[in-house]
Design a protein around this ligand. Structure first.
Ligand code: AMP
Ligand code: ZN
Length: 139
């Protein structure tokens, strides 16, 4: 089955486009969590964030920043705050496997709830050890 987001990028599937350029586009989520829910994605098919090159990732984030700012100035959209969310992998809730960043307007009394099970706070040496391991992996 063809990737629906590739189809949107190619103009072969319908989408309500907010912004587009030669590298990325922003469009309305077809099934919004709140009104004004926008997705930003690269034109090229990358499955997840870790498949994407940094130039593309930076560009996607730059567009997301501009959309986020704009949402606050649209009269029809209640935007008192936002969440930016990216699902990478099915385990993280990804259902469309063409990398995309959600921009979700939030307002007082909306029905969005993020719930995280509270783990016990690790000791400092455990955090230090993980920080070192991640730092090493970044090189
Ligand atoms: P995710 O769980 O991060 O993979 O989310 C995929 C998102 O894509 C969901 O919020 C869907 O509502 C949205 N979506 C799926 N198909 C389309 C489409 N054709 N146009 C716009 N948004 C879509
Ligand atoms: Zn795709």
């Amino acid at each position: 089955m063809p990737c629906i987001f590739c189809e949107i990028a190619a103009g072969r599937a319908p989408a309500s486009i907010v912004y587009e350029d030669n590298m990325a586009l922003a469009f309305m989520d077809i099934n919004p969590i709140n009104p004004g829910h926008v997705l930003v994605m690269p034109r090229r098919h990358f499955e997840t964030l870790s498949d994407m090159d940094e130039t593309t990732g930076m560009h996607v984030f730059q567009i997301a920043m501009r959309v986020e700012q704009a949402l606050r100035n649209v009269e029809e959209i209640r935007c008192e705050g936002t969440n930016l969310l990216m699902t990478n992998g099915a385990v993280a809730g990804q259902t469309e496997f063409h990398a995309h960043l959600h921009i979700l307007p939030r307002f007082q009394g909306d029905n969005v709830r993020f719930r995280f099970a509270q783990a016990a706070r690790p000791e400092r040496h455990v955090l230090d050890q993980l920080a070192d391991a991640i730092e090493l992996a970044m090189q």
